[in-house]
Write a protein that binds this ligand. Structure first.
Ligand code: CA
Ligand code: CA
Length: 269
């Protein structure tokens, strides 16, 4: 556990408890997921160096803040996803990103019908593979059906194409993939998290979005203009917010700033 994490975690919990007491709520009924009160507390603690900034200065501050994290091995990602993507209606299951299917946590693997670990920032875009780093960063790793994961492959994101078999609402063509409406914003915010987190100052490439759909192995993902639209159209919901909290509290101890502050997408891009 890092020094920074201890500093941030305790005031946040203390503040949430104080607010619960002040407002007359019993501590035992205080919500476990992000609330407006918790978001305010984050601005006073976790995001204190970023609040009030814009453009490159905001991106630089957020990079420093979110780079202080615990890292996972690729094997540890399996159990992490069983927690971060748990079906709120069935704790034995996870929800798959593109298909939206609720499926047993124990069905993870590589066979037809199993779920596996989808890299939303395709790992060939920057060639970071599955060694500890961007390839094991669960902010952009999601459970997905093995075959649908294969259809998405390393395509960039854009609107249009033909319906994806077994994944209602998803479309694909030769060079791009369009996820279902309910996760369009999630996809955008995962891509933009990766762009801020990975700036080329460690052993990995500087990941950046652009407006192309032919990026190949370049450390880029498109299309930025479409991702910005998706972020607007599909704002963070309770599932996405809780996922961010679980990653922060139980696994990596860093946050996706664009889930807490969706307006920072426009402030930077
Ligand atoms: Ca969503
Ligand atoms: Ca970057």
């Amino acid at each position: 556990m890092s020094v920074r994490r201890r500093f941030y975690a305790r005031p946040l919990l203390a503040t949430a408890t104080s607010i619960a007491v002040l407002t007359g709520l019993a501590a035992s009924t205080a919500p476990a997921v992000a609330t407006p009160a918790a978001a305010t507390a984050l601005d006073d603690t976790y995001y204190q160096d970023a609040v009030g900034k814009t453009g490159a200065a905001l991106k630089s501050s957020l990079h420093t803040i979110i780079s202080d994290q615990t890292t996972l091995t690729y094997a540890q990602v399996w159990d992490a996803l069983k927690a971060t993507d748990e079906d709120p209606a069935n704790p034995s299951n996870v929800i798959l990103l593109y298909t939206g299917r609720s499926q047993s946590k124990n069905d993870n693997g590589g066979n037809t019908g199993d779920w596996n670990r989808e890299h939303v920032w395709a790992k060939s875009h920057g060639n970071f593979g599955t060694s500890t780093g961007p390839g094991t960063d669960i902010h952009h790793l999601r459970p997905e059906d093995v075959q649908v994961n294969s259809v998405r492959g390393n395509k960039d994101f854009d609107n249009g194409g033909s319906a994806v078999s077994g994944a209602p609402g998803n479309y694909t063509d030769g060079d791009s993939f369009e996820p279902r409406d309910a996760v369009k914003g999630d996809v955008a915010r995962m891509i933009l998290y990766m762009a801020v987190r990975y700036e080329g100052d460690d052993a990995f490439a500087d990941l950046e979005p652009n407006d192309k759909v032919s990026n190949g192995s370049a450390p880029n993902i498109g299309r930025l203009s479409v991702l910005k639209e998706w972020s607007q159209e599909d704002p963070p919901d309770s599932f996405e917010r809780k996922r961010n909290d679980v990653i922060f509290e139980q696994f990596q101890h860093n946050r996706n700033p664009f889930i807490d502050h969706p307006e920072w997408v426009e402030a930077i891009w």
